[in-house]
Design a protein around this ligand. Structure first.
Ligand code: BTN
Length: 243
């Protein structure tokens, strides 16, 4: 991360969109940060509530080998990095596949990874110093959980360093260990889940992730389905599968 450049804005539509605009004229580890986003983007075309107080940023990465299978797991590995930092700040964080970061059942951070040619835009949103959320958003913040106000720049530095460390390990063949770190935060594995993919909805037991970060779901038929991308919700019991 030696030549990292940080662009800071008081307001942007979306740091991921801005990162895409400057992509061709900037190097790896360019970071775009905004105090607030007018049209923050979540996964699956959802919007991401991004008021002042939160930490909203995107990192431009250029993996040595963008076609390498290891890079497929980058969104999960980035989730582990964010969890490590939030845990060190005193939060009891867990990951719902692929990279929803939760405290209890409430979301505290999310990651939106977008790919453009040989670059990866890693968008990270952390609900930091946010004192309230609209009623329809099931979310929490570090402020609500700990009562403490955190310095945004300090947390940004901690997260960048952690992502840097894991990204280097990923590119140096440590995928297996990194996936085990993901497993240690998972609330998905061993649970009955419903996963919405762009083409289907499936229900079954989440048994593991594979080396691409795909979720392996055992269907009631006993077949195992491999899901590379989707929205996962946890179901209460096996019984509800048959309802
Ligand atoms: C999710 O749906 O969980 C992903 C949320 C990602 C939000 C971050 S905030 C910074 C970056 N810019 C965006 O527009 N989205 C990501």
């Amino acid at each position: 991360m030696t030549d990292s450049k940080i662009y800071h804005f008081t307001e942007l539509d979306s740091t991921n969109e801005y990162a895409k605009k400057i992509l061709n004229n900037t190097g790896e580890w360019t970071v775009v940060v905004a105090d607030k986003q007018k049209c923050g983007k979540g996964r699956f075309g959802k919007s991401w509530y991004s008021p002042e107080g939160g930490l909203w940023f995107s990192i431009i990465l250029r993996p040595r080998d963008a076609t390498s299978k290891d890079i497929l797991a980058l969104p999960l590995v980035a989730g582990v990095a964010v969890c490590d930092v939030l845990k060190a700040l005193g939060l009891n964080v867990k990951i719902k596949w692929p990279n929803d970061i939760l405290v209890g059942s409430k979301k505290i951070a999310g990651i939106l990874t977008e790919y453009e040619n040989d670059a990866v835009i890693l968008g990270v949103g952390i609900n930091l110093n946010i004192s309230e959320f609209p009623k329809d958003i099931e979310a929490t913040s570090t402020l609500l959980e700990t009562g403490k106000v955190f310095d945004k720049n300090e947390v940004l530095k901690l997260v960048l360093d952690k992502i840097d460390e894991k990204y280097n390990r990923l590119q140096n063949g440590e995928l297996k260990n990194l996936l085990n770190e993901w497993r240690s935060y998972s609330i998905t594995l061993g649970e009955f889940v419903e996963v919405k993919t762009p083409n289907s909805i499936l229900q079954g037991k989440a048994i593991d992730i594979d080396e691409d970060g795909a979720l392996l779901v055992e269907l009631p038929s006993g077949n195992i389905e491999r899901v590379l991308a989707g929205e996962c919700s946890l179901m209460q019991t096996e019984f509800s599968l048959t309802q």
